[in-house]
Design a protein around this ligand. Structure first.
Ligand code: URP
Ligand code: ZN
Ligand code: ZN
Length: 457
């Protein structure tokens, strides 16, 4: 099977030119002007942007959390991602405290194998570090192609590890060439603020926001950076939301340290005023919460300063019925929201089309940097000869409106309902196969493949 994409505006993280792209089997085999080649299928991309398939390195599919499960599974979640131009996701395996990493891996393999529509990998969340875990970490990197390890500095009693465990994990991950990633918020402080608010009878969603002030994230981000500096381990802060946390990362650069940073599309575009809408605010109850306008400005600036490397989603959807679990108590609202589908289009519309970022920066943030940081580059994350043919064709001028009535995620509301975007994904190719053709998905569950990742150093 071969595909010829004709006359598109081809963009990578470093280049930007008009060309044809020729695909044979799963790979890109030629790029050039007016290629003289026959192909089984020809896609005319005149006037369209052609860029590498999006990689979302922060999603939670079918995840047990807060007494329920996130509402997208591998089939619905990766299909919705494809519709929006994301060809690969990295999900989180959660170790059960007291149990092994391998048991957790087997559980997630059952959720994903034969079901994923798009490509995927896993980060391994280490929630219980001990000598047995240390040996398993080595095996994950050497044998399983899982080279990143997620830690939580919050959610005590379920997911959180302490600082001693964090340092020991960093030491073993560094020795084996992996990366430690973190949910960096001060869990003890947040738990105490939640308890104070509940005791005072403050039960509305806005108190979720007020129980996680900026300082809880700034402090934990600085502490994580210090532990990375001490151990020499490579690190990545997930879903960074605010100026204070970004300044902790900026400060680390003064001692010649690089701390990798992910923000999520919602922290760039939405703000905490949404919590003022009584229980409707539950739609945006996530951790960390949405912040202030000044934080959005700091994040956009941090992107152009090279401090923020990746824009992900933290897709962790729940239906409205699930959100109602917390109707009388904000601390029982399942944390998370649906986002996997619109990340690429939102970043294009609000970032590129509004002049906040360049086209190559858009590609870096949505695809290339995640591939590089998580051991998949140049197989994924670029348009180059020999790379996997994961390609998006987007019409930069086409307008459309986000709605739960038309999205493909398994969630009955959208955090962006009614928002008009300029720039629409038209075609998506995944490993050489036309996967999305306008409103149709042409690949089946099971087409999505587990991607075995390399060491990161
Ligand atoms: O609210 C969120 N973020 N839910 C998913 C779990 C996490 O902390 O990433
Ligand atoms: Zn988190
Ligand atoms: Zn998350």
């Amino acid at each position: 099977m071969s595909i010829l994409i004709k006359n598109g505006h081809v963009v990578s993280a470093s280049e930007d030119f008009i060309a044809d792209v020729f695909i044979e089997g799963e790979k890109i085999v030629a790029i050039g002007k007016s290629l003289n080649t026959q192909a089984d299928e020809v896609l005319d991309a005149t006037g369209k942007i052609v860029f590498p398939g999006g990689i979302d390195p922060h999603v939670h599919l079918d995840m047990p959390f807060m007494g329920t499960f996130s509402s997208d599974n591998y089939e619905t979640g990766t299909r919705a991602a494809l519709f929006g131009g994301t060809t690969m996701v990295i999900d989180f395996i959660l170790q059960t405290q007291g149990d092994t990493l391998y048991n957790a891996l087997r559980t997630w393999q059952k959720k994903s194998e034969g079901k994923a529509v798009g490509d995927y990998s896993y980060h391994m969340a280490v929630t219980d570090y001990n000598d047995r875990t240390a040996k398993e970490v080595t095996d994950m990197i050497e044998k399983e192609g899982i080279t990143s390890f997620k830690t939580f500095m919050a959610y005590k009693g379920a997911l959180m590890i302490d600082d001693g465990q964090m340092v020991q994990l960093m030491q073993v991950v560094k020795k084996n060439g992996g990366m430690v990633t973190v949910h960096a918020t001060n869990g003890d402080m947040i738990d105490s603020l939640i308890a104070q608010n509940r005791a005072a009878g403050n039960r509305a969603p806005i108190y979720h926001y007020l129980s996680q002030p900026e300082v809880t994230e700034a402090e934990a981000s600085a502490r994580f950076a210090d532990m990375l500096h001490y151990t020499g381990c490579k690190g990545y802060i997930v879903h960074l939301t605010c100026e204070g946390a970004l300044n902790a990362v900026r400060k680390a650069t003064l001692r010649n340290q690089k701390v990798n940073v992910e923000t999520c599309i919602q922290y760039l575009l939405l703000d905490a005023s949404l919590y003022e809408r009584d229980f409707e605010g539950a739609k945006w109850v996530m951790s960390p919460p949405l912040r202030e306008k000044k934080d959005q400005e700091a994040l956009w600036a941090g992107i152009n300063q090279g401090l923020v490397n990746v824009v992900a989603t933290d897709h962790c959807p729940f239906t409205w019925e699930q959100k109602l679990m917390g109707k009388d108590d904000f601390s029982k609202i399942p944390n998370g929201h649906p986002a996997i589908e619109h990340r690429v289009e939102l970043l294009f519309s609000e970032g590129v089309n509004k002049g906040r970022i360049s086209l190559p920066k858009f590609v870096e943030l949505s695809s290339t940097n995640a591939a590089k940081l998580f051991g998949m580059y140049p197989r994924k994350g670029t348009i180059a000869i020999g790379a996997d043919a994961d390609i998006v064709i987007l019409d930069p001028d086409k307008k459309h409106v986000i709605s739960a009535k038309t999205h493909h995620m398994n969630a009955d509301y959208s955090g962006y309902e009614g928002m008009e975007l300029k720039g629409k994904v038209e075609n998506v190719i995944l490993r050489g196969k036309l996967a999305i053709d306008k409103e149709k998905c042409l690949v089946e569950p099971g087409y999505g493949k587990f991607i075995h990742r390399d060491k990161v150093c």
